[in-house]
Write a new protein. Structure first.
Ligand code: PLP
Length: 390
């Protein structure tokens, strides 16, 4: 018996997977968002690091609207000028030998592809990830994500993935062997609380991967373009075998890419991976426009300067409730000695949006185009909210 579609009717509501912020957002411009009561918010979280160029960036908006009027979708079995432009724009930022790319629609999909390529390229099923790692929530990516809260309800996980303490090369030495196809690492952990490893950590991982014939997957889905350099891995002068990018790469449209070497790509069988919407002209047009803006070296220097200034200002407040201020470029965190939820709520009530990064960490992922006065406003509101929470 089928349903009579003329009479059936349900009131749909989302599965309650997220703690709501209690705001109905209607528009954004630059570093500001407005709610349905026309209240303005300074956005220091940019949709978990997505709107790196701020909201409604004119060049990205023009690219999206022009492309929307021409062609929104074309499967990857067809070429499109928008995809070519994106490839050219990203290629201009990538070092050799990262010459091969595949498309997905999210960060998790970029990681999923990376894990599959590592498996097929090495013939090994082992993956080493780190404690506090966050790589997404599809089954493969989830297996590399560390937090039990995301994993346990959906156990058992993909086999062969092990976690070691972050920023600990000795721990890595204990698990590496010839069953490990890849080590996956966030050059700076994001969701895990903006954890910056010691200098030499990434280089140490690279050397160990080379020694064991394992691939190095750099997940720059959060770090990409915001740490004062195009990619965070470049600081240590190392080269990943596979690079995952998403979030800010199309400044708001869903795009994830997995970039790799010819050596890896040559082992991936034709037709073995893909997705209907991936690499569509609309997201590629947004991505190309975003990357053209991000090619400006001055912006990366500015991100470094603005981030350093923010850290100095917060430290200068001398707040006794603050345990540590850390980060690089515009990937920033203030760790408190107490839970941050009331502080983030108080900031929101004062018109500033920030993010948690674990129970005691307030995370800031502002636009790379934010100005000093706006960041200062954020610091002021943070200080008030921390003092108010006592
Ligand atoms: N990897 C990192 C480092 C991330 O920060 C995230 C998202 O926060 C992901 C992967 C997953 O991306 P998505 O939420 O688009 O699936």
């Amino acid at each position: 018996m089928g349903h009579d579609l003329t009479t059936t009717h349900v009131r749909l509501s989302p599965i309650p997977l997220h703690a709501g912020r209690g705001l109905r957002l209607v528009r954004g411009e630059g570093s500001y968002l407005w709610d349905d009561r026309d209240r303005r918010y300074l956005d220091l979280m940019t949709n978990y690091g997505v709107n790196l160029l701020g909201h409604s960036h004119p060049e990205v908006t023009a690219a999206i609207t022009n492309q929307a009027a021409r062609l929104t979708n074309a499967h990857q079995s067809f070429d499109t000028p928008a995809r070519d432009e994106f490839l050219q724009a990203l290629g201009a930022l990538l070092p050799p030998p990262l010459t091969r790319i595949s498309f997905g629609n999210s960060g998790a999909e970029a990681v999923e592809a990376a894990m599959k390529y590592a498996r097929v390229a090495t013939g090994r099923t082992g993956i080493v990830a780190t404690h506090r790692a966050y790589h997404g929530r599809t089954f493969g990516a989830l297996a590399a994500t560390a937090d039990a809260k995301y994993r346990d309800p959906f156990a058992p996980m993909l086999e062969g993935v092990r976690h070691v303490p972050f920023d600990d090369l000795d721990a890595l030495d204990k698990v590496l062997d010839d069953s490990v196809g890849a080590v996956i690492i966030e050059p700076i952990q994001g969701e895990g609380g903006v954890r910056v490893p010691a200098d030499g950590y990434l280089k140490g991982i690279r050397e160990r991967c080379d020694a064991y014939g394992s691939l190095l997957i750099c997940d720059e889905i959060q770090t990409g373009f915001r740490t004062g350099a195009v990619f965070a891995f470049s600081r240590e002068d190392i080269m990943p075998d596979i690079l995952c990018l998403s979030k800010s790469i199309a400044n708001g449209l869903p795009l994830g890419v997995t970039v790799t070497t010819e050596a890896v790509s040559d082992r991936v069988p034709k037709g073995s991976h893909g997705s209907t919407f991936a690499g569509n002209p609309l997201v590629c047009a947004a991505g190309a426009a975003t990357l053209r803006v991000l090619t400006d070296e001055g912006l990366h220097r500015r991100a470094q300067h603005a981030g350093d200034r923010f850290q100095e200002r917060v430290r200068g407040l001398g707040l006794t409730q603050v345990r540590e201020v850390r980060g690089r470029g515009l990937m920033l965190a203030v760790e408190l000695k107490k839970p941050v939820t009331p502080v983030i709520k108080a900031m929101q009530e004062r018109g500033v949006l920030a993010l948690p990064g674990g129970g005691t960490v307030i995370r800031f992922l502002p636009s790379i185009l934010i100005d000093d006065a706006q960041l200062d406003e954020g610091v002021e509101v943070l200080a008030d909210a921390v003092r108010q929470a006592g």
